[in-house]
Write a protein that binds this ligand. Structure first.
Ligand code: CAA
Length: 258
């Protein structure tokens, strides 16, 4: 039987996934990524869940892809089996909002995994980096693409070329993380934030997520058009009627997620 590398819990309408290979600083091997993908898909399909949080341990969100597992692989091993694409991409297909709650190291694939989430909440202990160059490789799970989009070319290029780490304060200044939180409050704050999102209309939250993501994948003109069409589509939901009626009637909305 394979080990349980991802702990799956629910907190109200929030799905909580904890990476659980503490002795290896949550190094991301295939089993872990398979388990993470399956758990994410199960939450995405579960109507009782409105938002997902991925977290790690106090010391490490994840210190990267598993170097021990990779070290002897040949080009054909990684190319023919589509390493990374074969299981890391699942996260990109999740429609509900996913928050990364990062404490300690988020390095290499760990930083890339966090950046694949919709936003990052960082403990003041968090350290981000793309140290792959020190291993004779480059980032392989989106680091060279998402990091410059998040922090700009200068900082991303420096980090990718030198492998230096960024602490939480610098990551917040640079726009990599949405907020820095005292480490002891990280999980509570992340669950609180996820609970706020999970209380919204799920279809509308999905539309909002798709629209913000479109900003990174299209021209401004196309993105604005996409947003307008999705905004129009909100008027086809019962939740738009409820949300606006509740405002006018000065009460809290009760979304039906329809
Ligand atoms: N893969 C496999 N094992 C890892 C690991 C990784 N990425 N990171 C840490 N570990 C293991 C260590 O081998 C060690 O195991 P043992 O106790 O069995 O020796 C254990 O975790 C604890 O690590 P350290 O003793 O090194 O802990 P430390 O506190 O001295 O250092 C660290 C912490 C700075 C994070 C250091 O572990 C480190 O540099 N890790 C590697 C970081 C890295 O290079 N990540 C990129 C990986 S490549 C990648 O991710 C490719 C991609 O883009 C997809």
């Amino acid at each position: 039987m394979s080990e349980n590398f991802v702990l799956v819990e629910t907190r109200g309408r929030v799905g909580l996934l904890t990476l659980n290979r503490p002795k290896a600083l949550n190094a991301l091997n295939d089993q872990l990524m398979d388990q993470l993908g399956a758990a994410l898909q199960a939450f995405d399909a579960n109507d009782d869940i409105g938002c997902i949080v991925i977290t790690g341990s106090e010391k490490a969100f994840a210190a990267g892809a598993d170097i021990g597992a990779m070290k002897d692989w040949s080009y054909m091993d990684v190319y023919r089996t589509e390493y990374i694409g074969r299981n890391w991409e699942t996260l990109r297909t999740i429609r509900k909002p996913v928050i990364a709650a990062v404490a300690g190291y988020a390095l290499g694939g760990g930083c890339e995994l966090a950046m694949m989430c919709d936003f990052i909440l960082a403990a003041d202990s968090a350290k981000f980096g793309q140290p792959e160059i020190k291993l004779g490789v480059i980032p392989g799970a989106g680091g060279t693409q998402r990091l410059p989009r998040a922090v700009g070319k200068a900082k991303a290029m420096e980090m990718v070329l030198t492998g230096r780490m960024m602490d939480a304060a610098e990551a917040e200044r640079a726009g990599l993380v949405s907020r820095v939180i005292p480490a002891e409050r990280l999980l509570d704050d992340a669950i609180e934030t996820a609970t706020v999102i999970a209380g919204m209309s799920i279809p509308v939250a999905i539309m909002a997520k798709e629209s913000v993501n479109r900003a990174f994948e299209s021209s401004l003109h196309e993105g604005i058009l996409f947003e307008r069409r999705v905004f129009h589509a909100c008027f086809a939901t019962e939740d738009q009627k409820e949300g606006m009626a509740a405002f006018v009637e000065k009460r809290k909305p009760v979304f039906k997620n329809k």
